[in-house]
Design a protein around this ligand. Structure first.
Ligand SMILES: NC(=O)c1ccc[n+]([C@@H]2O[C@H](COP(=O)([O-])OP(=O)(O)OC[C@H]3O[C@@H](n4cnc5c(N)ncnc54)[C@H](O)[C@@H]3O)[C@@H](O)[C@H]2O)c1
Length: 366
């Protein structure tokens, strides 16, 4: 590990998260360095594989690795029981062994699906996350949550299975569609609000640099710095609380309402980050109404979200009563109390279970 690497250390698992532009070239020697070998089971989705699959396969084969490749259709629908079962069948019929390694090359969908296959096949084999979306780099690939969806709800079947290595090549973000990139910015901004005021200020200062893909190329070094900082928040939080028994809940900022919005709209209209952005703005308004967050800071957050192309108000066609009903039965509800993650200042949040329902109702319905 080099001194600049971010290290997740949960007490039971310890692994580096390497974020660099061009990092994929390092994959073969990093696998060696971390003792990861056997057959490499490379899982990707159709869009990501079209961009990077052949290159990664060639890199690994030239370094002497045996690589087996499986490509799932791109999109959330691949986080299914059927797709998982096909992965198992492919691995078992091709002779998977306990010493082998799964490489998850893609966004959060591939990371969750391939991660759960790695967690469960032969009772668990090694996993390497190679995130290719901004959301997966700063959030999904770090922390060990893996899983698939159930027809009754998202992410209901899964396991904690920490990767042995996370390698994020920020140069791969160049090919990411603009809307997916913007969705990832919501999680980056979230990390600034919950734990890193300096990251928030950097994002404010450089909003124009990150607007589109053309300047994005010039801002590549800056982008890597910002992604590293955002990842550092996730690394610190999951190192302190692997199983979401305490601190990890702060990562849920904006998600109580965001999940309810996604569920109401059927996961079609809004991307995850867009729903989270709307949820963050609503949480900030609740915090202002409770007198724990300055209105000027809520406004600062709104301006930043909008500067990164994210929505802050509800789509006009959404059934707000349904969003309210779903918010009030979010899965993070414990003992019938919703644990709201609310901002206190830029860089600090608190978890509150005393938010009056009438206040939530007034913010959501008006
Ligand atoms: N495990 C966790 O802790 C965690 C955390 C947050 C979200 N998630 C999960 O992550 C999923 C969402 O992840 P996502 O937003 O990365 O979506 P995604 O994996 O569906 O990727 C978004 C789209 O971008 C394409 N794509 C990905 N990388 C690309 C690249 N570099 N170039 C071109 N196209 C590319 C994909 O093919 C897909 O069409 C959800 O299922 C969510 O539940 C998991």
């Amino acid at each position: 590990m080099s001194s600049s690497d971010l290290i997740v250390d949960t007490g039971t698992a310890r692994y580096p998260v390497i974020v660099e532009s061009g990092a994929r070239q390092e994959l073969p020697h990093l696998l060696k360095e971390y003792g990861l070998g056997g057959t490499l089971w490379l899982v990707s989705d159709s869009s990501v594989f079209a961009h990077y699959g052949a290159e990664i396969q060639a890199l690994l084969s030239q370094a002497g690795y045996t690589v087996q490749t499986y490509v799932v259709p791109s999109g959330e629908a691949s986080k299914s029981q059927e797709q998982l079962w096909q992965l198992y069948t492919w691995m078992i019929s091709s002779g998977v062994e306990r010493r082998d390694t799964v490489l998850a090359l893609g966004g959060g969908v591939v990371g969750d699906l391939a991660g759960f296959a790695a967690a469960s096949v032969l009772r668990g084999i090694a996993l390497v996350q190679l995130p290719t979306t901004l959301l997966a780099m700063v959030d999904a690939s770090v922390g060990g949550k893996t899983g698939i969806n159930h027809p009754l709800g998202k992410n209901l079947i899964g396991a904690f299975h920490q990767p042995r290595l996370v390698l994020a090549d920020t140069a791969m973000l160049q090919s990411l569609p603009g809307r997916e990139l913007r969705s990832g910015w919501a999680e980056v901004i979230k990390h600034g609000v919950i734990r890193d005021a300096e990251l928030f200020a950097m994002l404010e200062a450089h909003a124009a640099d990150f607007q589109q893909h053309a300047p994005f190329l010039q801002a590549a070094g800056l982008l890597t710095t910002v992604v590293q900082r955002a990842v550092a928040v996730k690394v610190a939080v999951v190192s302190a609380d692997e199983r979401e028994q305490g601190l990890r809940i702060i990562l849920n900022y904006g998600h109580t309402l965001g999940h309810a919005l996604e569920a109401t709209l059927g996961y079609a209209e809004l991307l995850h980050g867009e729903a989270v952005a709307i949820g963050m703005h609503a949480a900030a308004r609740i915090a202002v109404d409770m007198g724990i967050f300055a209105a000027a800071d809520a406004e600062r957050q709104r301006r930043l979200l909008e500067a990164y192309g994210l929505p802050t108000s509800f789509p006009t066609d959404v059934d707000r009563e349904q969003v309210l009903a779903l918010t009030l039965r979010d899965k993070k509800v414990q003992n019938r109390q919703i644990h709201w993650v609310l901002p206190v200042s830029i860089g600090t949040v608190s978890v509150r279970d005393d938010v009056p329902e009438a206040l939530v109702r007034s913010v959501l319905l008006h």
